[in-house]
Write a protein that binds this ligand. Sequence first.
Ligand code: IDP
Ligand code: MG
Length: 139
Amino acid sequence: MISNRTFTMIKPDAVEKGYTGAILNKINASGFRIVSMKMTQLSRRDAELFYAIHKDRPFFGDLVAFMSRGPIVAAVLEKDNAVNDFRTLIGSTNPEEAAVGTIRKLYASSVGENAVHGSDSDENAVIESQFHFSGREMF
Ligand code: IDP
Ligand code: MG
């Protein structure tokens, strides 16, 4: 995996509300190529593992319940400066603080249910992509 890739999930809140297509359009229109993509659902154990870095935070239980309550869309994305540019495209964790036009400003409802995930580093992009996809699923 090279550093022009990032990993995203369209979270259960956004899938439930029918925002999947609009979010994917915005991702493509912003210059990201979809390398891998699937609709799937995290088990509680999957969510605990994916978000293990947050296990001591007060919101961890809510986060695990939220992320495992329904389907998500997981994808690997490619673009120059993918990690940073995707974090800019999604906006701040709290949608009330997210810039106008960002995915979270448009589609998130709260700091917890915030529509999309984006990797925070090249290293985590690799770890998170490999959590969901094998090498032969990356195009
Ligand atoms: P990020 O998704 O913008 O990188 P992180 O701080 O890594 O934000 O938190 C991971 C996820 O945990 C957030 O996207 C959100 O779903 C949830 N979360 C973060 N902070 C809070 C909080 O203060 N209350 C409830 N949920 C939170
Ligand atoms: Mg994060």
